[in-house]
Design a binder for this molecule. Structure first.
Ligand code: MUC
Ligand code: MG
Length: 367
């Protein structure tokens, strides 16, 4: 069960429809596939999506930190020494997506060696999750049309609407149009990716007071410490901290500082080992959790599904598990299938997906 090699493979898959939001735009999935090889012959796999506008990581940076620091630090450890791996990776600051992919690939390998699904190893609460779809910036009619397609084709009934544009009425009009089109058939919440000030956020939330929002996420920057506390105090829906809580310590600070009242867990930035800590912390603090999407491909989505379905708290609300639908292709032998608004996790050992070697050959950018 010893780790013999860590491989980091860059690949690029174009999006059919780019995702646009207040802090950035994504046109191509230029991720890094991480493979952890073992002396048992088993290979664990996960992916790292670089998000420079959120965490500062780039595809080249992820390759460099894995090849030059992480791989030499963990080769020779066994798959059971996940806390030793975590401690060694923690010696390097930042690099959350690179660390997470290494961590999740190790869990995948361990599951394969033991013949157990990772979702069961983590907690085994359920075998499925309800799916929430993120609607990126577009004209109101186009965003409503996308939601219609998601309802009709996939049975999705929960939507996270990206907001944070100026004037705020641009976005509030979209949310109103969605509520008018679907009535109480759908759940709606908004994510500002820090695009508004605290005052703009409050104005927008007041304008949407009659639209029965489920949550508001990261509407303004957590660095505006008092402004955000002022905003959160006046809201009557939970305020989700997303990019402001990449570590458990950040969760503690934001929740105890009263500048958030719910959190997003993203396996793309906290892997399985740290996501588990974050989950337990959220449970202890008594705050709601939404499984978030770091604009993951199908590999990353399978990871979020494995973790989210493992606990009651992480599967209570719909998880953001559908944005791989915007990609022109993916790497799996069998695509994830959203049916009746749900994703079911695989019962196969490990995270539960297989990489198609032909697809990897086609999309990798290092050969
Ligand atoms: C989200 O919830 O903010 C946008 C940037 C990122 O890192 O994740 C996405 C979605
Ligand atoms: Mg967010």
């Amino acid at each position: 069960m010893k780790i013999t090699r860590v491989e980091a493979i860059p690949f690029a898959i174009p999006y059919v429809k780019p995702l646009k939001f207040a802090s950035g735009e994504v046109y191509e999935a230029n991720h890094v596939l991480v493979r952890v090889h073992t002396d048992a012959g088993v290979v664990g796999v996960a992916e790292a999506p670089p998000r420079p506008f959120t965490y500062g990581e780039t595809q080249d940076g992820i390759l460099a930190v894995i090849n030059t620091i992480f791989a030499p630090a963990i080769v020779g450890l066994t798959l059971l020494e996940r806390e030793v791996v975590a401690a060694r990776l923690a010696k390097t600051v930042g690099n959350p997506a690179a660390k997470s992919a290494v961590d999740m690939a190790i869990w995948d390998a361990l599951g394969k060696v033991l013949g157990l699904p990772v979702g069961d190893m983590l907690g085994g609460f359920t075998d499925r999750m309800r799916v929430s779809h993120m609607l990126g910036f577009a004209e109101p009619a186009a965003m409503v049309a996308e939601a219609e397609k998601m309802v009709e084709t996939y049975g999705i009934h929960t939507f996270k609407v990206k907001v944070g544009r100026h004037p705020v009425t641009l976005d509030t009009a979209v949310v109103r149009a969605l509520r008018e089109r679907f009535g109480d058939e759908v759940e709606l919440y908004v994510d500002g990716n820090r695009g508004w000030t605290a005052a703009e956020s409050l104005r927008a939330m007041r304008e949407m007071a009659d639209l029965d929002l489920l949550f508001a996420e990261e509407l303004c920057d957590a660095a505006d410490v008092l402004g955000r506390r002022w905003l959160v105090e006046q809201l009557d829906v939970p305020f989700i901290a997303d990019e402001s809580v990449p570590t458990p310590a950040d969760v503690t600070r934001e929740i105890l500082g009263r500048s958030a009242t719910a959190i997003s867990i993203k396996t793309a930035r906290t892997g399985f080992t740290t996501s588990r800590r974050t989950h337990h912390l959220a449970e202890g603090l008594g705050v709601p959790v939404v499984m978030g999407n770091q604009i993951d491909g199908q590999v990353g989505t399978a990871c979020a599904l494995a973790f989210g379905s493992a606990f009651e708290l992480t599967s209570r609300y719909a998880g953001e598990l559908s944005n791989f639908l915007d990609m022109s292709d993916d790497l799996l032998t069998e695509s994830l299938q959203i049916r009746d608004g749900h994703l079911h996790r695989s019962t196969a050992p490990g995270i539960g997906f297989e990489i198609d070697p032909d697809k990897l050959e086609r999309y990798r950018t290092d050969s």
